[in-house]
Write a protein that binds this ligand. Structure first.
Ligand code: UT7
Length: 332
């Protein structure tokens, strides 16, 4: 039997960052870099990093989802699915989402991880929303989380200055109004560009062009210039596609909540499309690039500060390793 059409309500959001701050000045002490270089090239002043003894992807994700459930006035057992976007899961098996499901007492809710690098949160919220609309699930916990400090080589100045640790979460529930929820979404990938951003487990996975460079297996490798080029173009195209696909103008959209990759990438796209600065807020100065954590973290901070109210249109956008890119336009 075909289920009756339904919409999706964003019932709550939450986020979590570690207490430990790693500032540019801290990095100056261990690397050949400067606060001035990092601020000029990225807009980042500090980032949060986990205490490796007590924190990680699992604890950040668990705490973000717990906060989102509290915001929604719900408990873990109200959920029938948990979807977690991450590329820094502690173990290949079990998934981070299975452990989080048990920790928030959501058992026997289904749980799976989505590996889409910096697109983790946007991919996950799109999948979750679609599954609720299909009629198969009623209440879903969505998490985007990465403990980038666990895969960063702090001797490599080309990556260590950029990344931080964070988690963002949302609780989505079925709603009787079909006009509510995600009104447009796109998810794309182009695996031919994978060598720009990868985490090799074995020597044989290291591409030819990187063989002569010092490689630490299990750590992130990035060709910053290549990713920069990809991001500037794809980011602008993804926002323009979301506007064209919904028939909305920049004026109709209250907020563009974008992956915090690099302030220059965000500013370039914003200026090209003609989006006012206040509609595309940034928090990269304080939290760096937290990969799958960034969109959910910023979204929660904006919601909690009253910047995103019921009935408004919000456009989530991300791009990253894979290469991947995605959008999700919501009537909140
Ligand atoms: O979330 C998605 C994943 N990642 C991204 O979005 C990252 C996209 N890329 C970027 O944000 C930028 O490429 C970086 C911030 C990573 C690097 O900035 P850039 O302007 O592209 O610098 P570059 O790699 O072209 O390097 C310029 C110079 C080089 O020196 P020479 O060859 O001109 O003498 C580098 O060796 O800056 C040097 N450099 C540094 N100097 C001080 C590279 N990293 C550093 C550093 N401090 N941390």
């Amino acid at each position: 039997m075909t289920p009756p059409p339904c919409g999706v309500r964003l019932a709550g959001t939450g986020s979590k960052v570690p207490d430990r701050v790693l500032s540019n000045h801290d990095l100056e002490k261990i690397l050949d870099t400067s606060d001035e270089w990092i601020v000029q090239r990225t807009g980042i002043r500090e980032r949060r990093i986990c205490d490796p003894e007590t924190e990680g992807t699992f604890t950040l994700g668990r705490d973000a989802l717990t906060a989102a459930l509290a915001d929604a006035g719900m408990v873990g057992s109200d959920l029938d699915l948990i979807v977690c976007g991450t590329c820094t899961g502690e173990m290949a098996c079990p998934s981070v989402s299975c452990r989080i499901a048990a920790a928030v007492e959501a058992t026997p809710a289904a749980a799976f991880d989505v590996t889409a690098a910096c697109c983790g949160f946007v991919y996950s919220i799109n999948i979750a929303e679609s599954l609720i609309r299909s009629g198969r699930f009623r209440s879903v916990g969505v998490i985007g989380v990465d403990a980038m400090s666990s895969i960063i080589d702090y001797d490599d100045r080309s990556v260590s200055i950029l990344f931080g640790d964070a988690a963002g979460a949302a609780v989505l529930v079925r709603d009787d109004d079909p006009g509510r929820g995600c009104i447009y979404q796109r998810m794309h990938a182009d695996g031919s560009g994978w060598e720009s951003l990868y985490i090799p487990r074995r020597e044989r996975e290291v591409p030819e062009h990187d063989r002569d460079n010092p490689i630490r297996l299990g750590h992130l490798r990035m060709n910053g210039r290549e990713v920069f080029r990809f991001a500037v173009t794809r980011f602008r195209e993804t926002v323009e596609d979301a506007l064209a696909g919904t028939g909305l103008s920049v004026d109709d959209v209250s907020l563009f909540v974008c992956h915090q990759s690099n302030e220059r990438i965000i500013a370039a796209a914003r200026e090209k499309i003609g989006i006012p600065e206040e509609k595309m807020p940034v928090n990269i100065d304080r939290f760096g690039n937290s990969s799958a954590g960034s969109v959910g973290l910023l979204f929660d901070q904006l919601r909690k500060s009253g910047r995103c109210r019921e009935g408004e249109i919000v456009c989530l956008v991300a791009f990253g390793g894979g290469m991947t890119w995605a959008s999700s336009v919501w009537r909140i």
